[in-house]
Design a protein around this ligand. Structure first.
Ligand code: FAD
Length: 561
């Protein structure tokens, strides 16, 4: 075991909340610079840890967040307009390196850059009862299973409460086409089928890690200090219990010390980047970035896995789609007025209402050459499809017309990528190689998924709306043409995991990064708790798995500080 004192040089603006209404005085501090734990990153995992660790009032915590506080943007509160945050300063605005699997296109890779992290810019959720406060609406009978849900957790959850035109044809088409059986609750342990989607929305307003786990009561704790606009960029390998800052506003630098641990919760991209900048990672990658290697950890930044997403659209003859809101600012403003007045109306939810999870048939030809990644698990989906009441392709919406979009995710991908530092600019944006669609299983699955969707749109009910594909339907008959569509229209995903994998205490050297106590192997004083430790792709979206991991990690850290 190499004992390295952790020193993360935080070259970012340092705005201490000590000067705001959320000011804290730490009872055990001899100065404002020493804490029991320093958590880097205030997203899903960091917010849970900050909350849970400070439940013990004798433990002091500093939470450092690179982005701003999660206040002051209406898009963070009004569900319908959340996607406008994608293009804002609340996003790291990363792109992935050109992907052969995506015909070498450069596509965005969204990551939240704000207190609350990526939970501030996401939409749907899988649930887990400990962290949810499920609030049923008056029409929700038969649309969820109450026994599956919690009612007193920090994150508000509800179903779509707006009676949109698309609800009836969606359920009818599922039945008529036989593509998806109705599943009353996709969170009851078996997600397969079509279900009403559950959203992190309560009372018409969005919930996030920041609103839930870092609410005003938690922020008022005297043993918790939150610093926003503080970006860690590299470590000083000589003092591994000390975190250094630079205040970008004043240019001043500072230091804080973690008496116990520094906990990296900077997410699937920035946690491996911080480890690499600290000299912890594959020796060759660290050296390539001009950094002195400290501990050879071959798995740092490796095994990156995400769900590539493939949208496809049908045109419909109703003007009731949400395209009308998106192209008519007067209408949007009227709806915003309604939302402001009463937190009601169309903007209380997104353009999604149902979600579909599917398995490939057991005799699918791909299984002649590839072992089923979900073999033997009858309730584990291979892919997902999300129907939206509007255009959802990355390509701009056509000037005229109304659309419904279906986005498909391969949930059991075998493609793998990596996160490395840019040798030309090690402190800048990391090189994100999502490896998208590099494995034949993933593109086979998306091909199957789109053909299944096409069958769904052939259901008689869609004739009422004259649903027509916004692509040449001949591609459905040709694997190579369909592959070309998929490679030209997919994006890299938003559910990345595994760049600092967790493993057994005695796993073979180099196969993982942290052990069961979330400590970085071979290093003292550093733990990692966030999406990057999740060792394989969850068969669904990643946020709740991260909440679960962070809750578990908090229990472990409390029991074994
Ligand atoms: C656009 C989008 C949509 C999504 N939709 C869904 C969904 O519908 N359902 C679902 O389940 N999941 C969804 N996800 C995934 C989910 O949000 C993430 O899996 C989850 O938030 C990951 O948690 P985390 O704590 O690992 O990272 P994050 O929540 O991303 O938090 C990391 C935090 O660390 C901060 N940080 C990074 N670097 C530094 C640094 N150097 N110094 C200080 N702070 C730093 C970041 O600013 C961020 O606040 C979505 C993600 C995105 C991006």
């Amino acid at each position: 075991m190499v004992h390295i004192s952790t020193s993360l040089a935080l070259l970012g603006a340092f705005v201490s909340l000590a000067s705001t209404s959320t000011a804290n005085v730490l009872p055990r501090q001899t100065s404002d610079t020493t804490f029991d734990y320093v958590i880097v990153g205030g997203g899903a995992a960091g917010a849970v840890l900050a909350n849970r660790l400070t439940e013990n009032r004798s433990v002091s915590v500093l939470l450092l967040e690179a982005g701003p506080d999660n206040t002051g943007k209406i898009e963070a509160v009004v569900p319908y307009i959340y996607s406008r945050l994608f293009g804002s300063d609340w996003n790291w605005n990363y792109t992935i390196v050109p992907q052969p699997g995506l015909n070498n296109r450069v596509v965005p890779y969204f990551r939240g850059h704000v207190l609350g992290g990526s939970t501030e810019i996401k939409y749907h959720r899988l649930t887990v009862s400990k962290n949810e406060q499920f609030v049923p609406g008056t029409n929700d009978n038969g649309r969820f299973l109450s026994s599956t849900h919690g009612t007193s957790g920090p994150i508000g959850v509800s179903l779509n409460q707006v009676n949109q035109w698309i609800l009836e044809p969606t359920l009818t088409a599922a039945q008529q086409s036989g593509v998806w059986a109705f599943n009353q609750d996709n969170n009851d342990g078996d997600p397969i089928g079509i279900s009403w989607q559950q959203f992190a929305i309560k009372g018409g307003q969005r919930s996030s890690a920041a609103t839930g786990y870092l609410n005003q009561q938690v922020r008022a704790r005297s043993n918790l200090k939150i610093q926003v606009n503080s970006r860690a960029t590299r470590s000083n390998p000589l003092t591994f219990s000390t975190v250094e800052y630079k205040n970008d506003v004043t240019g001043a630098t500072g230091q804080v010390t973690a008496r116990r641990d520094i906990i990296l919760s900077a997410g699937v991209i920035d946690t491996p980047a911080l480890l690499l900048r600290s000299g912890l990672g594959p020796t060759a990658d660290v050296q390539a970035a001009g950094i002195t290697p400290l501990v050879n950890l071959p798995a740092v930044g490796q095994h990156f896995v995400d769900h590539a997403g493939t949208p496809i659209a049908w045109q419909v003859n109703t003007t009731l789609t949400d395209d009308e809101i998106d192209k008519n600012s007067t209408l949007l403003n009227q709806l915003l007025d309604e939302w402001n007045a009463s937190k009601t109306g169309r903007l209380t939810t997104t353009s999604l209402a149902h979600i579909q999870f599917s398995r490939l048939p057991s005799n699918a030809s791909i299984f002649q050459t590839v072992a089923d990644p979900q073999e033997g698990k009858a309730d584990a989906p291979h892919f997902e499809a999300l129907l939206a009441n509007k255009w959802t392709l990355l390509a701009p919406r056509p000037a005229t017309g109304n659309f419904v979009g279906m986005t498909h995710f391969c949930l059991s991908p075998l493609s793998r990528g990596s996160v490395r530092l840019n040798p030309q600019n090690p402190q800048g944006a990391p090189l994100i190689d999502s490896g998208s669609l590099s494995h034949p299983f993933d593109i086979f699955t998306l091909r199957y998924a789109i053909r299944q969707t096409a069958r769904f749109f052939q259901a008689p009910v869609w004739r009422t709306y004259n649903a027509q594909p916004v692509f040449d339907p001949a591609i459905l008959d040709s694997d190579s043409a369909l592959d070309e569509y998929i490679r030209n229209n997919s994006f890299g995903g938003a559910h990345g995991v595994a760049t600092a994998k967790i493993g057994k205490a005695n796993s073979p050297a180099g196969t993982d990064v942290v052990g069961p106590d979330f400590r970085v192997k071979g290093v003292s004083g550093v733990r990692v708790v966030d999406a990057s430790v999740i060792p394989f792709s969850p068969g669904g979206h990643a946020m709740v798995p991260v909440y679960v991991v962070a809750e578990k990690a908090a229990d472990i850290i409390k029991a074994n500080p």
